[in-house]
Write a protein that binds this ligand. Structure first.
Ligand code: AMP
Length: 283
């Protein structure tokens, strides 16, 4: 089998040491329950690195809702089989909580400024602190040259890039595009938790975002925010938690299209069970 599973740090080091030489390690951090979106990141890593490590770790410190942590899907065997279909050597690092946090989960807070405070930062207190804590720790363990993150979690990418810059972590961050279901819904591990009825209406989010891209030529920023919100909330079960139109780099909300060069719309919709996140470029 070309996929090797390691469950603790010393096993991982044993796997990596003979291979490293002058090779760079491409690293894809995940929480498992893998889908095509994750695989697209792994494929990218395989193209650019001799060694690929995929971590599968449901990080407790980034969950602000204990119920969300409890029901988060865990499917290690299936994940390994899926990775095996890609071919090539892949090292799966699937540690226990004690391996990642041997001294407990308390951590020195890291400050990356406004990018971590807006949008998800406001709605999920402590979430990005947990994300930064685990990604920094995983970088220490895996020592990658490059790490791959999906634009599906648009704000997470901005937070990680700022963390790498401010704390001189020396890892190249590679952005990978959002991978979608044929009906437009952004792939997510949590989608498996949707009932058939919820799954049927979830594509409404991307449909509204996509339509708003062309409408943005004739409507103002405020009008687009209102239009997208109304369009999605026509489905009674969907509630827009926030929809912000922001500068792609600083994530600061803008009020007119020509204020900045790159404009992104970022949305989170609550469907009564899970939060569905998505985003779209406007300029
Ligand atoms: P997760 O397992 O949800 O923590 O995601 C692990 C990585 O996969 C993150 O960098 C995500 O942004 C990325 N990812 C998850 N879903 C998608 C998707 N649909 N398209 C592209 N990347 C994704």
């Amino acid at each position: 089998m070309s996929v090797v599973v390691t469950s603790n740090i010393s096993q991982l080091e044993e796997q990596l040491t003979p291979q490293i030489g002058g090779n760079t390690i491409g690293f894809v951090p995940t929480m498992g329950a893998l889908h095509e979106g994750h695989l697209s990141l792994v494929r990218e890593a395989q193209k650019e690195n001799a060694i690929v490590v995929v971590s599968i770790f449901v990080n407790p410190t980034q969950f602000n809702d204990p119920k969300d942590l409890e029901r988060y899907p865990r499917t290690l065997e299936k994940d390994v089989n899926l990775l095996d279909t890609l071919g090539g050597e892949i090292i799966v690092f699937a540690p226990a909580v004690e391996d990642i946090y041997p001294e407990g989960t308390e951590a020195e807070p890291m400050d990356v400024g406004a990018v971590a405070k807006v949008m998800e930062g406001k709605h999920r207190p402590g979430h990005f602190e947990g994300v930064m804590q685990v990604v920094r720790r995983l970088f220490e363990i895996v020592k990658p040259g490059r790490a791959y993150f999906g634009e599906k979690d648009f704000q997470q990418l901005a937070v990680i890039q700022e963390m790498v810059k401010r704390y001189h972590l020396g890892v190249e961050i590679v952005r990978c595009p959002i991978y979608r279901e044929p009906d437009g819904l952004a792939m997510s591990s949590r989608n498996t938790l949707l009932s058939p009825e919820e799954r049927a209406i979830a594509p409404k989010i991307y449909q509204a975002l996509e339509k708003s891209q062309s409408l943005s030529r004739e409507k103002s920023v405020a009008e687009i925010i209102q239009w997208v919100t109304q369009e999605i909330e026509q489905e009674e079960a969907l509630k827009v938690e926030y929809f912000e139109i922001v500068d792609r780099d600083t994530l600061e909300a803008i009020s007119s299209w020509d204020e900045v060069e790159h404009v992104q719309g970022c949305i989170t919709v609550f469907d009564g069970i899970i939060r569905l996140i998505d985003n779209i470029p406007y300029r």
